[in-house]
Write a protein that binds this ligand. Structure first.
Ligand code: GFB
Length: 311
């Protein structure tokens, strides 16, 4: 990618797409094409074809997706499968037809089997059964990886995929039910503190282990991969360390300053017991995360407060 190249970010208003936008601007890229979902419905094949025909981007970051936490994944199962397949099928295929030089597809750590050996290496893909709560989303993301690989095999397209661990950061979704755990807990502890509540409910047992990456660190990794990595195997992106949901809750509680009790609700699903990424491959090409968890939560909390009226 050179500074004048035309770059399309699909999903530029989401957490990942907006981080990618910031990163590209910081690196001096100015020829960036974006469309809101109202301007371009990525599930519509004809509309996506017209867009590529008209804009002819050189590079594509495919960050558009229907995403959410464990409850949203489990509730909107049909939409998570259908919308994600349609978006990625349209963007990947039209990129091929319009001669895009390189495309980067964002996947997710939930593509791995529920009980795969930890830390999760890229080789674990398709070696076992998926976690049921997010199987539709995972199947869509696995299809995206396989599409990038197949278009490379058959048409020599330079398409690569990255598998980020659980993300958080600027422009996250703080919906009380549909968000991921980290933004959900920021919101719950903040509201409990403001209202002077006695306790905060944490879903599940608190025992599952999760790894969290600040989204700007992912954008750095994706930029590096776009510039310097041109091979077929997809790459994990994570910090290489995890913590229990209980410890995460205590950390957020302390940062926000909530003094009440934590109550664990076993009626809510735990999801996969652990999904820690093996990040040796991405580290070997020169990437390291820069934002530690505590700093990242403070930044995310500031962003939450700033956008309080829109969250
Ligand atoms: O982040 P999360 O929704 O998704 O939940 P996953 C992680 C863990 O936190 C689960 C617990 O064990 C939840 O039960 N948890 C505790 C909470 N309190 C809360 C809360 O208030 N809200 C939420 N959301 N969780 C998702 C997948 O799995 O991870 C997606 O469903 C995607 O497909 C994403 O891959 C990265 O980590 O379990």
């Amino acid at each position: 990618m050179q500074v004048g190249d035309k770059i399309y970010i699909a999903g530029h208003r989401g957490m990942v797409g907006s981080a990618m936008h910031r990163k590209l601007e910081k690196e001096g890229f100015h020829n960036i094409v974006v469309r809101t979902s109202a301007q371009l419905n990525l599930t519509n094949q004809a509309a996506v074809a017209d867009f590529f025909e008209q804009e002819k981007p050189d590079y594509v970051f495919l960050a558009a997706a229907k995403v959410g936490g464990i409850h949203a994944n489990n509730t909107y199962r049909a939409q998570f499968l259908y919308e994600n397949l349609m978006i990625q099928n349209n963007v990947i295929h039209q990129s091929y037809l319009s001669g895009v030089k390189k495309l980067l597809f964002f996947g997710s750590s939930c593509i791995y089997p529920k009980l795969a050996p930890q830390p999760l290496t890229e080789e674990s893909l398709l070696t076992g059964l998926l976690e049921p709560t997010n199987e539709p989303y995972a199947i869509a993301k696995i299809s995206g990886i396989k599409m990038c690989e197949a278009y490379r095999d058959q048409y020599a397209c330079n398409y690569v995929s990255v598998m980020p661990t659980n993300l958080y950061g600027y422009a996250d979704n703080y919906h009380p039910e549909h968000s991921h755990v980290l933004p959900a807990l920021i919101r719950k502890f903040h509201e409990a503190k403001v209202k002077g509540a006695q306790h905060v409910e944490i879903w599940g047992s608190g025992n599952p282990l999760r790894e969290f990456l600040f989204v700007d660190d992912l954008a750095d990794a994706a930029f590096l991969i776009m510039q310097n990595y041109h091979e077929k195997p997809f790459l994990n992106v994570g910090t290489g360390t995890d913590l229990s949901i209980r410890d995460l809750a205590i950390l957020i509680q302390n940062i926000i300053g909530f003094e009440g009790e934590l109550i664990f609700n076993p009626e809510k699903p735990d999801g996969t017991p652990r999904k820690l990424m093996d990040v040796s491959k991405i580290k070997s090409i020169g990437w390291e995360p820069k934002i530690d968890l505590e700093t990242g939560i403070i930044l995310a909390y500031q962003d939450f407060i700033k956008n309080l009226n829109t969250n």
